[in-house]
Design a protein around this ligand. Sequence first.
Ligand code: ATP
Length: 233
Amino acid sequence: MLKLEGVETFYGNAQALFGVSFTVGPGEVVAIMGRNGMGKTTVIRSIMGLTPPAGGTITYHGHPLHTLPSFRIARLGIGLVPEGRQIFPTLTVRENLLAVAANYSHSSRPYNLERVVSIFPRLAERLDHLGRELSGGEQQMLAIARALMINPSLLLLDEATEGLAPIICEEIWQGLTILKDRGLSILVVDKNIDALLRISNRCCVMEKGRVVWSDTAPFRAFTDQVKMRYLGV
Ligand code: ATP
């Protein structure tokens, strides 16, 4: 459904992605791993049209994405949870969610305010609080909930749990597992290797702008050697 083929992406003259290819099938969770600066965020930015690729192709259900502006890509059903969350700090949780949904009210797919907050019950208690009053973990839950309000069929998460307390991370992984079980496709970047191996159907490891290693669940080939070599753990 999402297919990257030979994607080459640049920041000015500096090439960040070199022939990146992988797919995310319907209902699949695909994880992208790699040390800092290896190109994970650039993959997400390339898919979303924020840093459009200069070479290769990205298609979603057969539609070419690499020629579209970001808002059109979102309208095709791709929801982004960006690194750093970027929620609206001076709007309430309810307003953060409804502000996004207003642009997508034509959609007949399954997410609305009640349903997204049922995935993250902490948000239900915080509906009338301002975005800036939430903890980091609650803000991340809000960022995920907000992305769901566009009724995506594919969710992109850049650093799903970065900097969050373990108990909150667990709630986020639980929420993502609920979404997976409901058939949502997910492409997720994170540093928590164990959580990624638990939730994913496939993992891609990146090094210096290339996918250098990949495996499908149950990840028998994901050995300590792979971890040491590509992830430094
Ligand atoms: P991290 O885990 O630190 O977020 P990453 O794997 O997501 O790292 P990217 O952010 O995609 O890596 O960066 C890939 C390469 O592109 C790095 O060499 C980085 O320095 C470079 N890069 C990223 N953003 C820019 C930018 N705005 N301008 C120039 N170079 C950039």
